[in-house]
Ligand binder design. Structure first.
Ligand code: SF4
Length: 295
């Protein structure tokens, strides 16, 4: 396993409260083995070589503890924006679990994006943090269709299992919902998919579904995606090229219709869809200058 040297773990969010109210970003792992064909962490701007192979950061937990101790603002720390924090190595290494223990100890909140059921191992810690601070879990699901998911997310548990994970989190009173990003033009941008995603999210007692009804296609990310399309769906790459050219933001051609349908059905199902509303519902006032006496 490759070990990388690093001097910092947490970075202050430059998006303010616009992206799930996150105050700090953190990636304990570099790279991700889940193989999603659309993954935007492959894009050149993130400088992650050999993305599918997971690397760990040397002394990550020691550095994290020093940073948590020294931060003046005790905000929400995000796990998993560039790599899934519950990749298979985590089962043995427990970096994410130990980081959650530190977050609980120093009185921070947490936001986690994942496609893995390994998060269920840490329900005790998530409940402990949630008893004092803000916790939001986003289970990433792009299609209700297990067969399609197996093709576009080859090393990930089925969508059905991900909805079960969501349901278990909710049964434990953890604030959680569905991150339905990306929506892939010509593949997952169908009424059938959107309506099934809403009904399955509702059945799992999701608090929200968030989507932008489109995808990004940036340098490197586009090459990987198009190579995968050539294998899985010959001819589809050419459709993308004809419609989107070199655009980085590729919204569904049915954006308006699908978004109207999505918002209407989510509203009827009492599922939040608006970023500000989600933040307002989950984010608590975090006590400052206080170290929790846990563990
Ligand atoms: S789980 Fe997330 S980080 Fe990992 S390959 Fe899929 S989209 Fe990328």
């Amino acid at each position: 396993m490759e070990v990388l040297k690093t001097r910092t773990i947490m970075t202050k969010s430059d998006q303010g409260n616009r992206w799930f109210g996150i105050d700090y970003h953190m990636n304990l792992y570099k790279g991700c083995p889940f193989g999603c064909i659309y993954c935007d962490s492959r894009c050149e701007a993130y400088h992650i070589d050999n993305f599918d192979k997971v690397k760990i950061k040397e002394n990550a937990l020691d550095i994290l503890e020093e940073e948590l101790k020294s931060k003046k603002l005790k905000g929400v720390v995000s796990f998993g924006t560039l790599s899934d924090p519950y990749n298979p190595l985590e089962e043995k290494l427990e970096l994410t679990r130990k980081a959650l223990e530190l977050i609980a100890k120093y009185g921070f909140g947490v936001s986690i994006d994942t496609k893995s059921d390994l998060i269920l191992r840490d329900i005790d810690l998530l409940k402990e943090i949630a008893s004092r601070n803000s916790v939001i879990i986003k289970i990433s699901i792009t299609t209700y269709d297990d067969e399609l998911a197996r093709k576009i997310e080859p090393n990930v548990i089925s969508s059905t299992r991900r909805f079960e994970v969501l349901e278990t989190l909710r049964q434990n009173d953890i604030y959680a919902g569905v991150l339905m990003t990306p929506v892939l033009p010509f593949l997952t941008d169908t009424e059938e998919n959107i309506l099934n995603m809403i009904s399955k999210s509702k059945q799992a007692d999701a608090k929200f579904i968030y989507t932008k009804m489109g995808m990004t296609l940036k340098t490197n990310q586009r090459d990987y995606y198009y190579n995968a399309l050539d294998i899985l769906y010959p001819g589809l790459k050419e459709d993308y090229q004809a419609v989107y050219g070199n655009k980085h933001i590729c919204n569904s051609l049915q954006f308006r219709h699908l978004m109207e349908l999505f918002l209407k059905r989510c509203s009827e199902a009492h599922l939040l869809t608006d970023m500000d509303a989600i933040i307002e519902e989950y984010k608590k006032e975090i006590p400052q200058n206080e170290q929790m006496s846990l563990f």
